[in-house]
Design a protein around this ligand. Structure first.
Ligand SMILES: *Cc1c(COP(=O)(O)O)cnc(C)c1O
Length: 390
């Protein structure tokens, strides 16, 4: 990554190793020793940065990474230090299939086209394709219909050593929301039937895996051989409902939140300025100074994923106090009100997400203000902001 020297950047992301270790140990205790843990690092590791996060996670004992695309898999391959497993859950363009096979990267197969191409490529290379059969259980996005399984089994039998069925899998249609309870229960049952059918047809997947964070936390029966955990190991609850369900299901609610935010996002005051009463601040007329004010500019804008919907709504921490955004968020900067903070100067630390002097801004408060999901706020943080492990 170019320009990782944070002195040249308007903001930076800190990744807390202690927080990650603590989340991993909570999640591993939850899922038990017999279930493997896959760290989901799609979406640039949920905005944490694949190049920084993967080596950090490996240092914390993670040996299995799941990504969406071949492109992300290549990024993980380039930075992993241990021979960690890599699994692609989504897009593998045809030209990437031989690459995945050669590098021992496993990938989802959810239609006959990909299955046939994988077999063909594996034969040519002389190396097995490691595949995960995704079956349809009610999500209706990708996955083999049950009527297709006989055909799938035949192709796999004919492929001999060219194919290793690493897994059979599915994904739930919203395990983070109790409103989907019945749909999830139906999916769990359907998955069981599909796996039985595969086995009757002579296909014996090495691992069964269905659970994302929310399912792993609130539907223990979905954990099976492997969980694919994203949002929770970064320290966020998938939704506040998941969190509530978790605490309601425990006898003791005394123990605090078991998840710790791994990421903090920090910046510095770029400049300060006085504004006379009655003057408009920034573009347009969305904010008129109600009194004589002191403002500070922060060199972060919607280009950096600080949404325009935080205009006149968001806030940051300076000296542990809330400084509200005034006016509209620009492409590269926004303005905050520091009138009541004594003598704020250029160069002072600004916390966009994280803690400062006992105060905290969580990604969820951010998400609540903008109506984005935690997930969406995180992945909007661009790649070129430096990431530091602390
Ligand atoms: C993103 C994803 C996950 C992880 O979801 P979290 O809610 O972040 O834990 C698991 N499985 C699949 C197929 C996914 O796409």
């Amino acid at each position: 990554m170019p320009e990782q020297n944070i002195n040249f950047h308007g903001s930076w992301i800190e990744l807390s190793e202690a927080a990650l270790r603590s989340n991993l140990s909570f999640l591993k205790r939850l899922i038990g020793a017999r279930t493997k843990f896959a760290s989901v690092v799609k979406g640039n590791a949920y905005g944490h940065g694949i190049e920084s996060f993967v080596p950090l996670a490996e240092r914390c004992g993670v040996r299995f990474f799941a990504v969406f695309s071949a492109h992300e898999a290549a990024r993980v391959t380039a930075v992993r230090k241990s021979k960690s497993d890599i699994m692609i859950m989504g897009d593998v363009p045809d030209p990437a299939i031989p690459w995945a096979i050669e590098h021992g990267v496993s990938f989802y197969v959810f239609d006959l086209r990909r299955l046939n191409r994988a077999v063909k490529a594996a034969r040519k290379i002389g190396h097995p394709a490691r595949i995960h059969l995704e079956v349809e259980t009610g999500f209706r996005r990708t996955g083999f219909e049950s009527e297709q399984l006989a055909r799938v089994a035949r192709i796999i039998a004919d492929a001999g050593n060219s194919v290793v069925v690493e897994g059979a899998c599915t994904h739930y249609a919203g395990a983070e929301s109790i409103g989907n309870f019945v749909r999830i229960q139906n999916q769990i049952a359907s998955f069981g039937r599909q796996v039985d059918k595969l086995r009757e047809l002579g296909v014996d997947p090495r691992a069964l895996h269905t659970a994302c964070s929310a399912a792993a936390i609130n539907y223990p029966e979905t954990r099976m051989d492997l969980v694919r955990c994203g949002i929770a190991h970064y320290g966020f609850w998938p939704t506040s409902e998941t969190r509530m369900q978790y605490f309601m299901s425990r006898r003791s609610r005394k123990q605090g939140d078991p998840l710790r935010r791994v990421m903090s996002w920090k910046s510095r005051v770029m400049s300060t300025k006085r504004v006379p009463q009655g003057k408009f601040i920034g573009y347009g007329i969305t904010y008129q100074a109600p009194r004589r004010m002191k403002i500070a500019t922060v060199p972060v804008g919607y280009y950096h994923g600080f949404s325009r919907s935080l205009s006149n709504l968001g806030y940051v921490l300076i000296r542990g106090e809330r400084a509200p955004v005034v006016g509209v968020v620009n492409m590269n900067m926004f303005v905050v009100d520091v009138t009541d903070l004594n003598g704020v100067r250029a160069g002072e630390e600004v916390v966009i997400v994280g803690c400062q002097d006992g105060s905290e801004i969580s990604v969820s408060s951010f998400a609540d203000m903008t109506n984005y999901l935690n997930y969406e706020v995180l992945v909007r943080i661009p790649m070129d902001i430096p990431r530091l492990v602390v």
